[in-house]
Design a protein around this ligand. Structure first.
Ligand code: TXA
Ligand code: MG
Length: 324
């Protein structure tokens, strides 16, 4: 048997952040918290490090990654900002918004990370450890969610360890992620387009733009290019998922939202008070806990499709889609 490489887990203090920055410089893979989910970081400018990142996740290499930078000045070196991009960055960065913009001609991010596109996805996270790491490192960091490809995104350091132990160098542990679903992705290449609902509600973005966001011709998916209208299985627990369940059936576990029906079986509640912010923060960890409990079918109560509910329902629909 070959020895597995060690994955170190360090509490995210200033020493650990320096260690993590040095690890990135050496081409290593570092998982770190953001306000949305834990990301798996690599130096965006080192093609080899990016290739190792795809391999560690088991992610098809044609799907592009988000480059994370500490501020707008760093973002401008990578992409061109039009007036609407400026408005959104001013209103929502740092925060759970990713902008897809035209790449600068001299953008140093590896072509492997942008999958050879002439656009680039950029995000300025708000979480303190993410910010400290990006500032210490001084170069863009590509970071998909720090899970094996196709699994539920990690919102806690122990989720990262469960998926990637022995496959990555370091995990910075700074507790649970407060938002709990991935960033909202908006493309500003032509008409502003919502590519992925996420941690920033659509209505907030539309208010700042003063117009509605267009829908993409084709929704994005990290694991496979897919035909229009098809819902790929993704963000998937091992259990089968049944949506819009008013009550669980025999043999099902219940993922409740709001006041639950009387039920003696396995049940977790996304938010007993029906708070969508709380529900988003708990979504992925509850799915992981129900999987760990060995349940075969998860019945999910309806979640209203407003505010963060749009991202929650998007992830739930993917979790419920037929598995490949
Ligand atoms: O909250 C988040 O966004 C987390 C944290 C770690 O920042 N990251 C994340 O990354 O969710 P990932 O790789 O799981 O999802 C990034 C998505 C992918 O679906 C990818 O297809 C899309 O962004 N993307 C990246 N670059 C793109 C581009 N140039 N055009 C269109 N979509 C792009
Ligand atoms: Mg992901």
């Amino acid at each position: 048997m070959s020895a597995e490489p060690q994955t170190r887990v360090l509490p995210a203090d200033p020493d650990a952040v320096r260690t993590a920055a040095a690890c990135l410089t050496a081409g290593g893979l570092v998982a770190f918290p953001t306000e949305t989910v834990y990301g798996l970081g690599a130096d965006a400018t080192q093609g080899e490090a990016v290739a190792r990142l795809y391999a560690a996740k088991g992610r098809p290499a044609f799907n592009p990654l988000i480059s994370h930078i500490p501020d707008l000045a760093a973002a401008r070196r990578l992409a061109r900002f039009n007036a609407e991009a400026e408005k959104l960055a001013a209103a929502f960065w740092p925060g759970p918004l990713t902008l897809v913009l035209p790449k600068q001609p001299d953008c140093p991010v590896s072509d492997l990370a942008t999958a050879g596109l002439d656009s680039i996805a950029l995000r300025v996270p708000a979480q303190r450890t993410a910010r400290a790491l990006l500032e210490a490192f001084g170069k863009p960091v590509v970071a998909p969610s720090a899970n094996r490809s196709g699994h539920v995104s990690p919102t806690d350091a122990k989720h990262v360890l469960a998926d990637l132990r022995g496959r990555i160098d370091l995990i910075l542990d700074d507790g649970p992620c407060p938002v709990g679903v991935e960033s909202t992705i908006v493309a500003l290449l032509g008409e502003p387009t919502l590519l992925r609902p996420g941690g920033l509600p659509r209505a907030d973005i539309e208010r700042v733009l003063g117009r509605p966001l267009a829908r993409p011709d084709r929704a994005i998916d990290e694991d496979a290019p897919r035909a229009p209208g098809m819902l790929a299985s993704h963000y998937a627990p091992k259990a089968a998922v049944r949506l819009n369940a008013d009550a669980p059936r025999d043999g099902e576990a219940l993922l409740a939202f709001g006041p639950p029906p009387a039920f003696a079986g396995t049940m977790l509640n996304l938010s007993p008070t029906g708070d969508l912010v709380e529900a988003a923060a708990k979504l992925f960890s509850h799915l992981r806990r129900l999987d760990a409990a060995g349940v075969r079918i998860i019945a999910v109560m309806p979640v209203p499709n407003e505010g963060l509910g749009e991202a929650i329902n998007d992830r739930l629909a993917r979790a419920a889609a037929p598995k490949p």
